[in-house]
Ligand binder design. Structure first.
Ligand SMILES: C[S@@+](CC[C@H](N)C(=O)[O-])C[C@H]1O[C@@H](n2cnc3c(N)ncnc32)[C@H](O)[C@@H]1O
Length: 286
């Protein structure tokens, strides 16, 4: 598949997911706040600095960065999805945060910012979905001033993120489908595409970053108040899952939903679903 076709396919998946990400901000974006805060710490923000957040989604970690940089700081969030950007702007308006801006970009290759114009670069749960993550890091490197810090988070090993596999295992009990979360392949963008710290660090180094290192830790990834809510969130927000469920008969879909809810209730007997997983937080310096 050509880069352009793959990019268009991924773009469509994110446009499908964005409606759910905006509606279920508490389940996805806000669930990720602990890892976002750790990213911000590793970026060593100083009051008044400028941060560039690639794949900003609905505004995490732009929110946490704006808190850390204070009233004289500035955060620019970039994303390929217009709906995500609209969601991030709506959040900033609601919270009356005036030091953030959000823009749509067509590709991770061209960020549309002046070279050397930022002190901090971040990308939370974004690089692994990009067709050209190395080019994205090179563009971020160019956007940073010498001494600027770049911090990216990706999802770690699927084998240590067993919770991510729960719905996939349920679906596989009912229909024969290719894996929703396939084993990592650096050539194929997806949730666990950059789950090997050595690969991620090689991308950082290849883009020109120095003093590159990775912190590996478990953090919450998705949460919901009940098994039913978790299902609804995934059904409306997880791109590949949405496409799969749309394509099957409603009766079978209801059967899969019932199985998923029973499985989740057994896994989380106190009702609340908190899916944690291994995350890699990689940092480098321009
Ligand atoms: C898992 S979400 C993470 C959003 C946000 N950073 C967060 O942590 O809540 C991934 C985001 O990456 C964006 N994205 C995917 N491919 C991209 C690309 N090539 N360039 C910019 N953003 C991209 C998606 O639109 C989506 O908003």
């Amino acid at each position: 598949m050509s880069v352009a076709t793959l990019r268009a396919e991924k773009h469509r998946e994110w446009e499908l997911s964005a409606v759910g990400w905006v509606r279920y901000r508490a389940n996805f974006a806000d669930a990720g706040v602990p890892s976002a805060l750790r990213m911000v710490e590793l970026a060593e923000p100083a009051p008044g600095e400028r941060a560039l957040d690639l794949a900003c989604g609905v505004g995490v970690p732009a929110h946490q960065l704006s808190d850390a940089l204070g009233p004289n700081g500035y955060v620019l969030g970039l994303d390929i999805s217009a709906d995500m950007v609209a969601g991030a702007r709506a959040w900033a308006d609601r919270e009356r945060v005036s030091t953030v801006e959000f823009r749509v970009i067509a590709s991770e290759r061209d960020l549309g910012v002046a070279p050397g114009s930022f002190d901090i670069g971040t990308c939370r749960a974004g690089l692994q979905y990009m067709v050209e993550p190395g080019a994205a890091l090179a563009a971020m490197h160019e956007a940073l001033r010498p001494g600027g810090r770049m911090v990216a988070m990706t999802v770690g090993s699927p084998h240590r993120c067993a919770s991510l596999r729960i719905l996939e295992d349920v679906v596989a009990r009912h229909i024969d489908v290719p894996a929703l979360i396939p084993d990592p392949d650096p050539e194929v963008p997806g949730t666990v595409a950059l789950s090997d710290p050595a690969e991620l660090e090689a991308l950082f180094t290849g883009a020109g970053f120095t003093r590159v290192g990775t912190e590996i830790a478990d953090h919450p990834i998705v949460r919901a108040d009940s098994a039913e809510e978790y299902w609804d969130v995934c059904e409306q927000s997880a791109g590949p899952f949405i496409l799969l469920l749309r394509a099957i008969d409603p009766a079978l879909r209801a059967e899969i939903r019932a199985d998923a809810i029973a499985t989740l209730r057994a896994e989380f007997p106190d009702g609340k679903v908190v899916m944690t997983g291994e995350t890699l937080i990689t940092r480098g310096v321009r």
